[in-house]
Every structure is written in C-alpha cells, then in structure tokens.
Design a protein around this ligand. Structure first.
Ligand SMILES: *[C@@H]1O[C@H](CO)[C@@H](O)[C@H](O)[C@H]1NC(C)=O
Ligand SMILES: *[C@@H]1O[C@H](CO)[C@@H](O)[C@H](O)[C@H]1NC(C)=O
Ligand SMILES: *[C@@H]1O[C@H](CO)[C@@H](O)[C@H](O)[C@H]1NC(C)=O
Length: 349
C-alpha cells in the first residue's frame, strides 16, 4: 500500500473519531432523582427500596434485574438512546462500570429519594445533596479521564435530567408525622421548590447549561393510591392529582425565573403529568388493557420486595399494562413518557 493511501486512511480515521466525539450536541446524559430514573444505585445500600431481583427486569436485555423499578428500561434510558447515546444509562455506584462508560451518561438517582432530606431518610436512600456530592466526584474523574478542557465541554453540553418529588408527598408528607405538622401543603411545596432552585443553581455553578426539570406525575392515578380510593370505585384520587398540578405549576414558575436570571442556562419542563394522565384516561388508544393496577402481583400495593418471583398473580404480558408494580410504569409506558418529553420539551437541546 502506498504511503499516500495509508496517510489517507489515517486521516479518515482521525476525522471519523473526531466527528463522532465532537459533533454530538448532547455528549452525555446526567441524571438525578428517585425511582422514576434510578438505574440501580440502591443495590448496594441497606434499604428496602430495591428491585434487583426477579421479576423486575424480566424484559430488560438478558432478562436481568438491574435495580430499575420496571420490567425493562426507564425513561432516561430511552432519552439517552434518542440523543444517539447509549441505550442504557449506568448507575454511578454500579462497580461493573467505570468512568469510560460514565463519560457519556451517568445516573446518580436513588429510589425513595426526594427534594427533602427527610424523605430520603425514611428509607435510608441517597439524598439529593449526596447525589450532588457524587456528581462533583464524577467531575474530577471525568477531568482526569478526558483532560480538563474536553471534560468541561462535555459538562457544558450534557443534558441534565432531574426527576423527583413524588416521594416527598406520598412517602413523607402524607405518610409520616413531621413535615405535615410543620408545614401546610402549600408551604411544603414552596419548601421543596426552594430546594429545587438551590440545587439547580449549584448545578449551574458546576457547569450545567441544559436541564430537563421533570414534574411529578398525576400521583392520584398511581395504582397504590387508587387502591385506597375504594369508596370512589378505585378511580384516581383527585386531591393528589391537584397537588401534582399545583407543585408542577410552581416548578414552571421557577423555570421561568431561572431562565431569566442564569445566563445561557436553558431549562425545559418535562411534562410527565399530561402524558401519564392521557394514557390512564384512554389506555386502549395507546394499546394498553389495564391502567388501574400494576402487572406485578395483585398490582394494587406491591412494589420492591413484595413484587417478587413467588407471587402467582403477576401478569404474563407487561405490554398490556401501564404500570409494572403499584407505583412504577412498565417499560412500554416509560418509552411513551420519554418520547413525549423528548418531542414536546427537549427538542430545544
Ligand atoms: C458494592 O458492593 C460490592 C460488593 O459487595 C463492593 O465491592 C462495592 O465496594 C460496593 N460499592 C459501594 C459503593 O458500596
Ligand atoms: C440537607 O442535608 C444536608 C447535609 O446535612 C445539608 O447541607 C442541607 O442544608 C440540608 N437541606 C435542607 C433543605 O435542610
Ligand atoms: C427562556 O428564555 C428564552 C429567552 O431568553 C425564551 O425564548 C424561552 O422560551 C424561555 N424558556 C422558558 C422555559 O421559559
């Protein structure tokens, strides 16, 4: 082979390498939150908020339970894939992965967590402030791996996703004493929004410029809440849906404010509420047969350890169900949520 053609191949390879790494508009997905986006960080914690056993993950690659609270992938996995990144976003605490994998996507989320420290304390999971500490540690590793300048570009161009809040209401405020004697529900929402603002400002200082702040779903339509609404025919609990709307409204006001005050920061509101409500109200038109109960076990109250292999009632085809367990969507529903958020809210990135 001539020197010229060798040189050409060499250059072409460099070019290919270069364009693959630099041309991506979103070079990495960086995730904070609760079980809606946890990819398995809780697996190593002493908590009951786990799902790294069957039948969780039975429709995941290899039928593997990963600690995702679903039968398969979760919304952030689909969002990552849509942006041309990996089809699964690895959990930061999963020792099977290293900074090489995390360079294009990393998940710090922890099932059972919330904005409020008191929420993550309920099940001894990773509080939001600790997720941020892990992120700082990650930044140092990324700079060591990619070099400072390239790492900073990735941190600037990455899409950050926050998805949490449901547990602050359902696992904390309405379940255990404490916050409800301290705050009215309106005051508590403002308290959470204040934490959200503080967190986003911290992310901004650390280099984030593109953020999806996901609102809470219609909490009253989660099977667990419907099951306790027997007097009303197990329909969605409107009081909880109203709290979801109020809280999401406050998040949107926060977004407008931060969008005005943080130069070059772009924040999109991820509207999970509308998507889930539409599907729950018209499941058939999305190809679902059941929107009121989860696939796992009786579908009315089981999640985590109660959704296990010994339960004879678990459905055989999760694609017919909106919810996988009493609290978390199926993979099919997670893809619908992700697609709606990407198409309606994240196109700007
Ligand atoms: C997770 O557990 C493994 C095996 O017990 C251990 O080697 C690893 O250090 C743990 N990781 C964390 C973050 O606790
Ligand atoms: C949550 O806990 C952390 C660590 O103790 C603390 O720094 C932070 O101020 C707490 N957040 C709130 C809102 O109290
Ligand atoms: C953010 O501000 C820009 C103008 O600076 C505006 O075009 C955009 O719609 C705003 N986004 C939100 C979510 O408020």
């Amino acid at each position: 082979m001539s020197l010229i053609s060798l040189t050409w191949i060499f250059c072409a390879q460099i070019f290919l390498h270069y364009s693959l790494e630099i041309s991506a508009e979103v070079p990495a997905l960086i995730v904070f939150g609760d079980s809606s986006v946890d990819a398995g960080n809780n697996n190593n914690l002493s908590t009951i908020a786990k799902s790294n056993f069957e039948p969780y993950g039975r429709d995941f690659q290899g039928g593997r339970p990963t600690g995702r609270f679903s039968n398969g992938r979760i919304p952030t996995d689909f969002i990552s894939e849509t942006f041309g990144l990996k089809p699964v976003v690895p959990a930061y605490l999963d020792s099977a992965y290293s900074i090489k994998d995390f360079a294009t996507g990393v998940c710090f989320a922890s099932a059972g967590s919330g904005y409020d420290n008191a929420t993550s304390n309920v099940l001894s999971v990773i509080p939001l402030w600790k997720q941020l500490e892990y992120f700082k540690e990650y930044q140092a590793k990324l700079r060591a791996y990619l070099g400072k300048s390239k790492a900073n570009t990735v941190l600037h161009e990455a899409l950050y996703v926050m998805s949490l809040g449901t547990n602050d209401f359902l696992e904390n405020y309405y379940t255990i004493p404490g916050r409800s004697s301290q705050f009215t529900i309106e005051e508590y929402q403002n308290f959470l929004v204040g934490i959200s603002e503080h967190f986003i400002r911290s992310l901004y200082i650390l280099g984030a410029r593109k953020l999806d702040l996901t609102g809470v779903p219609p909490m009253g339509c989660l099977p667990l809440e419907r099951a306790t609404n027997i007097m009303a025919g197990s329909s969605c609990r409107e009081e909880y849906n109203r709290i979801s709307r109020d809280f999401n409204g406050k998040l949107q006001v926060l977004i407008e404010k931060l969008n005005r005050t943080l130069p070059r920061m772009r924040i999109a509101y991820g509207n999970a509420y509308e998507t889930v409500l539409q599907v729950v109200q018209r499941p058939l038109s999305y190809g679902f047969e059941n929107a009121g109960a989860g696939c796992c076990a009786t579908g009315m109250f089981e999640m985590g350890y109660m959704c296990n292999q010994r339960n004879p009632f678990t459905c055989t085809d999760a694609t017919k169900y909106v919810f996988w367990d009493a609290f978390h969507p199926t993979e099919k529903m997670n893809k619908i949520i992700a697609d709606h958020i990407v198409n309606n809210n994240l196109m700007v990135f």
